[in-house]
Design a protein around this ligand. Structure first.
Ligand code: BTN
Length: 295
């Protein structure tokens, strides 16, 4: 018996087709899986956007969006750090932005990127069992390649914080990368050999974030998180190259301090003598690389 082709049957067929290709994200299902008190409790889901960070910044102008998570299946103009773009194809990544409307000082906001890196790293470990690590300040790496990047942006009104948007891009079930990306990027699926259930990973990350955020918010610093962060820091006790806009140097990464700066031991000529100095490297305008490659 032939079925009448109605709007409903077309919708059902379309759903089946997309389901075959990838696990469809669903905002009410994600909201139900969320075990947090506030973070990620409200999910704004989009099929296709330019950038979830842009949408989140718009939503962040409205009150009562603290903790709202913006998710998209595909980004057409995904943004990366230092003005780079972020490749965000349909269906196999987690492209999301968390909105925060906290009462903290503007200059403390960048530390939230490190709080997020810790939460994402722990979420990945918990859900996939993979040995992921943090590359300072906020990349998550597995076997020397990047699986996640974080971009924190904020908007202010009259020098007061209006909202902070933490954009998180995770290569979850991605099989293919361009020749250029292949050198430094990988995915959770490629590393584990298994399809990742994105909803569970999103829920785990939000739960870790809520807990770490609570620790950060007490004193608006990373004092209570330094130990956990440094344990997961891939650069720790390794030689790193610090690349600034006008200079670069090599040193030994020791770990972060309570503001999230990277402490790097290096040698400098001071009044004609070679001296060991500890530099405090702030994130923002510098890139950190391993001496022989990305990590
Ligand atoms: C990086 O360069 O490492 C940061 C990449 C951040 C990408 C995420 S994907 C979701 C959110 N929306 C964006 O446009 N960028 C971030």
């Amino acid at each position: 018996m032939s079925k009448e082709i109605t709007k409903e049957t077309t919708k059902a067929i379309m759903k089946e087709i997309t389901k075959d290709q990838y696990e469809q994200l669903d905002s009410s299902f994600i909201e139900k899986q969320m075990t947090t008190k506030c973070i990620g409790k409200k999910v704004a889901y989009y099929n296709e956007v330019d950038s979830t960070n842009v949408i989140a910044k718009q939503l962040g102008k409205k009150p009562d969006n603290h903790g709202t998570l913006v998710l998209a299946e595909q980004q057409n103009a995904g943004r990366g750090r230092l003005g780079r773009n972020w490749s965000s194809p349909k269906g196999d990544g987690i492209w999301m932005s968390l909105i925060l409307q906290p009462d903290i000082r503007i200059e403390h906001a960048s530390m939230l990127t490190l709080v997020t890196a810790l939460a994402v790293n722990q979420g990945i470990r918990k859900v996939t069992g993979l040995n992921s690590f943090i590359k300072w300040p906020n990349d998550i790496v597995i076997n020397g390649k990047k699986v996640c990047g974080i971009l924190t942006e904020m908007s202010t009104i009259n020098e007061k914080l209006e909202c902070i948007v933490i954009g998180i891009g995770i290569n979850a079930n991605r099989d293919l990368f361009s020749e250029e990306l292949k050198i430094t990027a990988t995915s959770l699926k490629l590393e584990s050999g298994k399809e990742i259930e994105r909803t569970s990973l999103i829920a785990a990350i939000m739960l870790y974030f809520e807990s770490y955020y609570g620790i950060f918010a007490k004193e608006e610093n990373l004092k209570g998180l330094i130990h956990d962060y440094n344990k997961m820091l891939i650069n720790r006790n390794r030689q790193v190259k610090i690349i600034g806009s006008n200079s670069e140097y090599i040193g030994l990464a020791l770990g972060i301090n309570e503001t999230g700066a990277l402490l790097v031991q290096t040698e400098e000529m001071i009044t004609g003598e070679k001296k060991t100095v500890i530099k405090t490297v702030m994130s923002g305008e510098v890139s950190v690389r391993g001496v022989y490659g990305y990590v």
